[in-house]
Design a protein around this ligand. Structure first.
Ligand code: PLP
Length: 381
């Protein structure tokens, strides 16, 4: 696996060495069940509490507003289905956007099958929802707005503060899928009027299979998993102690290094975009250059097949993505790239490059050189 150049940090990230070290005792000697009263059980319980404090601190919320889950998908399901079902006596209308992650879109679809009504807001060509359309969509029956913090495919950051203000004005609960934003953006749920937020450990150098959900105190939501009443009876199952310790450590590291990290990613992105623009013709840069995740870059190469492009890059040891990882293997053009106005053909020639911690400028140069060569070759045949 030497010589892998990894540019797919929006799909997942490598586990940070310091995070692994923090997790190790809970995978080995401290294997106690956090519900047990003897010392190795109590140690697990304390470790979970410490992780909960770290996650809460990073969002500026209360410790008892954090619930640990198995990842971003479960957090989205628990928030959207749980809030909708617990609040159905107030109404049955939900507002979301067309560019959400499948964990949100398919949770909404499931609720539609149960009789809920869902409005899917369109986005403009930069990928941003229209705030006046959001406001116009709210009815007396609207109980939940779910808009992602930042898009996984094109990196566009939604106008979260304004959405939070609108939700507050109409007394509607506001959930945000912040899986791409946590670890990349400073998030204060109180400043932003966010009532519920999803995150996933493996997107910010933590372990896979662990996530967290923040839900503001006093907002009712139903659990999805019944059992032994863990996580204040909102998410049963023996706690994933090592994973929870890992997400706590990962968020602590990410929060501490945020400015420095973003500065580095911005430098790589600026270099990448300007080099590709100068050296390769007939491209379209997707997303909102003014409001985007620093390391997320999505470009369509006209007349190029995205999956062939990925295979050629892979031959050179380069990991990148076409559209989203979740739909990899499918030849359907991305719903996000279509929603921002790309033709299906152009959308099929997209390449998402997401930079991260272990990249350096030499890697980015190698990426651009390889891309120029491959795109020229693919356009000839
Ligand atoms: C990765 C991702 C998810 C899913 O998270 P998992 O932990 O992989 O289940 C949800 N939403 C967004 C925006 C994502 O990028």
């Amino acid at each position: 696996m030497e010589n892998i150049k990894y540019f797919d940090h929006a799909a997942t990230t490598a586990l940070d060495e310091k995070v692994l070290q923090e997790m190790m005792p809970y995978l080995t000697t401290n294997y106690g069940n956090a519900s047990s009263i003897y010392s190795i059980g109590r140690k697990a319980k304390e470790a979970i509490m410490l992780a909960r404090m770290k996650v809460a601190a990073s969002l500026n919320c209360k410790i008892n507003e954090i619930y640990f889950t198995s990842g971003g998908s479960e957090s989205d399901n628990l928030a959207i289905k749980g809030i909708a079902m617990a609040n159905s006596k107030y109404g049955n209308h939900i507002i979301t956007s067309v560019i959400e992650h499948p964990a949100v879109l398919n949770s909404c679809k499931a609720l539609e099958n149960m009789g809920f009504k869902v409005t899917y807001l369109a986005v403009d060509k930069l990928g941003r929802i229209d705030l006046s359309e959001l406001e116009r969509s709210i009815t007396r029956k609207t109980i939940l707005i779910s808009i992602m913090f930042a898009n996984n495919e094109i990196g566009t950051i939604e106008p979260i503060k304004q959405i939070g203000n609108i939700a507050r004005k109409y007394n509607v609960i506001f959930h945000t899928d912040a899986v791409q934003a946590v670890g990349n953006e400073m998030i204060n749920v109180n400043d932003l009027n966010i009532d519920s937020l999803s995150m996933s450990g493996h997107k910010f150098y933590g372990p896979k299979g662990v996530g967290a959900l923040y839900v503001r105190e006093n907002i009712p939501f139903l659990r999805i998993i019944d059992g032994g009443h863990q996580e204040k009876d909102k998410r049963s199952g023996t706690e994933n102690t090592a994973g929870i310790v890992g997400i706590g450590k990962a968020i602590e590291i990410a929060t501490r290094n945020l400015d420095e990290y973003n500065e580095k990613l911005r430098e790589f992105s600026n270099f990448y975009i300007s080099e590709v623009s100068n050296r390769i013709s007939n491209i379209k840069i997707n997303g909102d250059s003014k409001n985007k995740l620093a390391g997320n870059n999505n470009i369509c190469f006209a007349g190029v097949d995205g999956s062939k492009l990925l295979h050629e890059l892979d031959k050179r040891g380069i990991c990148a993505s076409s559209g989203s990882a979740c739909s990899a293997g499918l030849i359907n053009p991305s719903h996000v790239l279509l929603a921002i106005g790309n033709s299906p053909n152009l959308a099929k020639g997209s390449l998402r490059v997401t930079f991260g911690k272990e990249n350096n400028i030499e890697d980015v140069k190698y990426l651009v050189d390889s891309l120029e060569e491959i795109v020229t070759k693919l356009r000839k045949v």
